[in-house]
Design a protein around this ligand. Structure first.
Ligand SMILES: Nc1nc2c(ncn2[C@@H]2O[C@H](COP(=O)(O)OP(=O)(O)OP(=O)(O)O)[C@@H](O)[C@H]2O)c(=O)[nH]1
Ligand SMILES: [Mg+2]
Length: 365
């Protein structure tokens, strides 16, 4: 026994079984320090095997690497994704948008539970570029998704925080691939419906669901007209009890409005549903619609076409971004561009010839 630990004075001198000791203050602090339980390092192969055998711990580790901005993590994350890519893509990807308070999270809780009861494995992700807090908004939402977050067949991951919409979206896209490799066959992506985030989520899902409220007009609901055009399905939420009649009127109004829009998906007309996420009413109708939509688009080839277009478009935008970044980080080229911009405005140089000169300069780099 360390001499610094002594028995209380009132304890019997030769009482060996006495369980308590007096600990000097500085030692006590030392002892109270967390037992620095360093999380174990996993090899890439272990992470891959873990994800394939549905370890939520290793899936979360891989997602953390994807979300990291550290250059050393980038290489590992990309290696993991590339090796898991052949196991991805086999889910139904559903985007869910609606103005704040429309009931997206409440719906995801009800819908997610409905799906896990049917035997599906559900991953819930989010894109919230406004989220600056380190754990994103879904975590706060976990109270709204209380049962789903405890469901062993559900995986909930908050929105990656900070950064541009493009940056946040990249991380969510890659997280989606990892979840698919882990066997999640339905991916739900919630977005707050601010700025361009709906368009971004639409560009990565197979079915885009817009949540609205009974009664209120578009302006009141803060929904941009363009979002209705993107919808593959519309759900008028909170349609229970006293809201039922107004919800029905809203449904008819949107059905009429949709008739005037050109439908993007062959053999499918966008439907409007009334539902109550809180009271669990109409949830199965949404799933029936999504299932039949997926069957139709898989049959007519649109499913594959949409996914291919999405991935090529994403690749192109990443490439554009990377090229611009490379060009602009070259000091000489950056200076030439600035000089040329001035010369162009002074009509000393034509824009076409200026671009030609820049390309020549890039070729020499
Ligand atoms: N009456 C009624 N209330 C609902 C229904 N669905 C959601 N709510 C309530 O509406 C409020 C907002 O619900 P959320 O699920 O947090 O809405 P959200 O769209 O996720 O909100 P943000 O994430 O903040 O954009 C909560 O108080 C819910 O209980 C519904 O079907 N009926
Ligand atoms: Mg929410």
């Amino acid at each position: 026994m360390d001499k610094q630990y002594s028995k209380p004075e009132w304890a019997e001198k030769d009482e060996d079984s006495f369980a308590s000791f007096i600990v000097p203050a500085e030692k006590a602090v030392e002892r109270r320090k967390p037992t620095a339980k360093k999380s174990r390092e996993y090899s890439r192969q272990e992470i891959i095997e873990g994800i394939k055998s549905n370890s939520k711990v290793l899936l979360s580790k891989a997602i953390t690497l994807v979300e990291s901005n550290a250059a050393s993590h980038f290489e590992i994350a990309q290696d993991l994704i590339n090796r898991l890519l052949p196991h991805s893509g086999k889910s139904i990807r559903i985007g869910i948008t609606g103005s704040p308070g429309a009931g997206k999270s409440t719906f995801i809780e009800a819908f997610g539970k409905y799906l896990t009861n049917l035997g599906h494995k559900v991953a819930v992700l989010a894109i919230d570029p406004t989220s600056t807090k380190s754990r994103g908004s879904i975590l706060g939402d976990k109270t709204r998704m209380e049962e789903l977050s405890r469901d062993k067949n559900a995986f909930i991951r908050p929105s990656p925080s900070g950064g541009t919409l493009g940056g946040v979206a990249r991380k969510t896209r890659e997280t989606m691939l990892l979840c698919e490799a882990a066997g999640y066959d339905v991916i739900l992506i919630e977005t707050v419906g601010v700025g361009q985030s709906e368009v971004t989520v639409h560009s990565m899902v197979d079915f885009f669901l817009v949540l609205l409220l009974p009664g209120a007009g578009d302006e009141l609901q803060g929904i941009k007209k363009g979002v209705i055009e993107l919808a593959d399905g519309i759900m008028i939420n909170k349609s229970e009890d006293d809201n039922a009649t107004r919800a029905l009127q809203t449904k008819i109004a949107y059905q009429n409005a949709l008739h005037l829009l050109t439908q993007n998906t062959p053999d499918v007309t966008t439907k409007v549903f009334t539902a109550s996420a809180l009271k669990n009413i109409g949830i199965s109708d949404i799933w029936d619609e999504i299932s039949s939509f997926i069957i139709t688009v898989k049959k007519n080839g649109y499913f594959e076409k949409r996914r291919n277009e999405q991935i090529v478009k994403w690749f192109n935008s990443l490439l554009n971004e990377a090229i611009m970044k490379t060009i602009l980080t070259d000091k000489k080229i950056h200076e030439s561009i600035s000089t040329m911009q001035k010369d162009i405005t002074k009509h000393k140089l034509s824009p076409v010839y200026a671009v030609h000169k820049i390309i020549e300069q890039i070729d020499k780099v």
